[in-house]
Design a protein around this ligand. Structure first.
Ligand code: NAP
Length: 525
């Protein structure tokens, strides 16, 4: 008999505990069992109907300003319980405090941002998209595009690496739009998501049915989706394929957003030298991206492109900084980088590195530095690994395999056009960062690369002190990417509301449109 607490699900408006033993979650550093999650015995149809009917109706009865106030209330609840979240993150995600903050405080910041944006939408119940357009010479008959909250439920199927931010960056625009949320967190790190939902539900700040959680198996969740529901998936490209081909999407036109994996790039200006500030900015950012959350960020830099003459200086400079990164138990204050989230991920990263090595040389692998306060046979800790290729054009694996850990590959390029072509070999990525003192290069590279990236992050010395970071996803900027990154779009300020609204063209008399406008707010993302 397993004595670790079995966490209940909040579903169909009540707390429900699985009728089986569930799955045990572990501390990835100590290897000790923590809690259990599961959903055996839940009536899925009942829970989806409850959220859709009770939660949806209650949220839609409120206006944007009132729903924005709900987000402010959620922020207060999360802030009041912040210490507990940090403890759970240390135990279940193996992260140092600084990395837990990216997930926990990043979520609170995003909720606060949408609370403010939503408040400015005022007391409206729908949004006006653009201006009226005359349909005839006589302006009495016009068309106005309007956006109304969809009358369905938003199902979130989330990845393991952001149990907090992954929930709230989606829930903030959904709840603000008036759409109830059902979240299914990734099993390995579900505890933090469950605890946050528990705190918010127990505080009674949201209407019944507005926020539900189902931990454990995803089986059957997609089967519940109906035409006005939406599903937002974050995870691997492999699972994304299964989601996309589900009948809910293929046959019932359920709206689907996919955030999948990505081989993000950092590109140094072809005219840079190793004495330039741009060079040092790239080196620092690469090291930060490799080590924050042990490289378990979908936006992390995986491929680094430098002019051929700087391949060796860059390798040396990055390796020198990586050698200062202490790895081990996040409870030890001397540790800078904690663990991967599980031993399974450890195995995946180890075999991924071996795969990349078939096309790359090892420039740094952290050996023989021992782990701090952690047993290498138990802890899911890996040292940062910098690989390198002097011939990235003939490489295949390096542009195709995402190793979800503290791993990146340095690559040499010969000219600007070749650099763009190599970056584009990622076949669609979340983000590309540029490092240059030349604004003309930044503009040129942006034109060459923006269509294959959800975000272009151009860093020059004048923005060094204020820039937001290659991998940080900010709520005012779009997150998502074309092609293998999934083709999705999240955040981007009020653009996020698009996904949770249905756009209609209203063709009517000026008098009718005037009355409609009284319930609406202009939509200016
Ligand atoms: P995953 O294995 O694809 O799992 C993602 C989610 O899907 C989990 O909740 C998982 O549940 C669930 N799932 C698994 N099989 C399913 C199925 N057949 N039907 C429906 N749901 C299913 O991905 P992961 O390993 O958690 O996450 C790592 C990946 O996510 C990386 O590739 C990373 O790049 C990507 N990621 C992308 C973004 C982005 O914004 N683009 C952000 C974060 C992560 P269980 O946990 O219970 O299996």
């Amino acid at each position: 008999m397993n004595n670790h607490p079995l966490l209940p699900n909040h579903f169909a408006g009540r707390w429900q505990t699985a009728t089986d033993e569930g799955t045990t979650l572990f501390d990835p550093v100590l290897g000790t069992p923590l809690v259990r999650v599961g959903r055996a015995g839940l009536d899925l149809a009942e829970g989806f109907t409850y959220a859709r009917e009770q939660g949806g109706a209650a949220l839609r009865a409120l206006n944007y300003k009132q729903r924005a106030a709900l987000l402010t209330d959620v922020v207060k609840v999360l802030q009041a319980n912040r210490d507990a979240y940090y403890e759970i993150a240390t135990a279940n995600c193996g992260t140092v405090t600084r990395d837990s903050a990216v997930d926990i405080d990043g979520a609170i910041f995003t909720l606060g941002y949408y609370a403010k944006q939503g408040d400015a939408l005022g007391e409206a119940h729908c949004l006006l998209d653009g201006e009226r357009i005359r349909m005839a010479k006589d302006p009495v008959f016009q068309t106005q595009h309007v956006m109304n909250p969809t009358r369905g439920v938003a199902l979130f199927i989330n990845a393991f690496n952001f149990p907090s931010w992954g929930l709230w960056e989606k829930a903030a625009p959904a709840l603000l739009s008036g759409v109830p949320v059902i979240v299914k967190p990734a099993t390995a790190t579900a505890w933090l998501t469950q605890r946050m939902v528990k705190d918010v539900v127990d505080a009674g700040v949201l209407p019944a049915g507005a926020l539900s959680i189902v931990c454990g198996s995803s089986a059957g969740l997609m089967d519940q989706l109906k035409p006005f529901d939406v599903v937002s998936f974050t995870g691997s490209a492999e699972t994304a394929r299964i989601i996309r081909s589900h009948p809910a999407i293929a046959e019932r036109s359920v709206r689907c957003n996919i955030e999948a994996d990505s081989l993000n790039s950092a590109l140094l200006d072809p005219t840079a030298t190793d004495g330039d500030e741009a060079f040092h900015l790239l080196v620092s950012e690469v090291v930060r991206e490799m080590t924050v959350k042990s490289g378990q960020k979908c936006t992390a830099i995986r491929r680094i492109f430098v002019p051929r003459a700087l391949y060796e200086p860059a390798a040396k400079a990055i390796a020198a900084k990586l050698s200062k990164c202490t790895v081990g138990n996040p409870r030890n204050e001397g540790v800078r980088m904690g663990a991967l989230v599980s031993r399974e991920q450890f195995d995946g990263v180890t075999s991924g590195i071996a795969h990349l090595k078939t096309e790359a040389e090892v420039l740094y692998d952290g050996q023989p530095t021992p782990l701090v306060d952690a047993d290498a046979n138990v802890a899911a800790c890996v040292s940062p690994v910098l690989l390198g290729s002097r011939d990235p054009e003939s490489a295949k694996v390096l542009h195709a395999v995402e190793v979800f850990g503290p791993v990146a590959t340095l690559m040499a390029y010969d000219n600007e056009e070749q650099a763009y072509a190599l970056v584009r070999r990622g076949e669609g990525s979340l983000v590309c960062s540029l490092y240059s003192s030349d604004p003309a290069f930044c503009a040129r590279a942006t034109l060459a690369l923006a269509d294959s990236h959800g975000r272009v992050h151009a860093i020059s010395p004048d923005v060094a002190a204020v820039q937001s970071g290659h991998g940080n996803v900010m709520p005012m900027s779009l997150h998502g990417g074309p092609g293998r990154a999934g083709g999705g779009e999240e955040l981007g300020g009020l653009r996020a509301l698009n996904f949770y609204h249905r756009r209609s063209a209203v063709q009517a008399s000026t008098a009718a449109l005037d009355i409609l406008a009284q319930s609406a707010s202009p939509f200016q993302p």
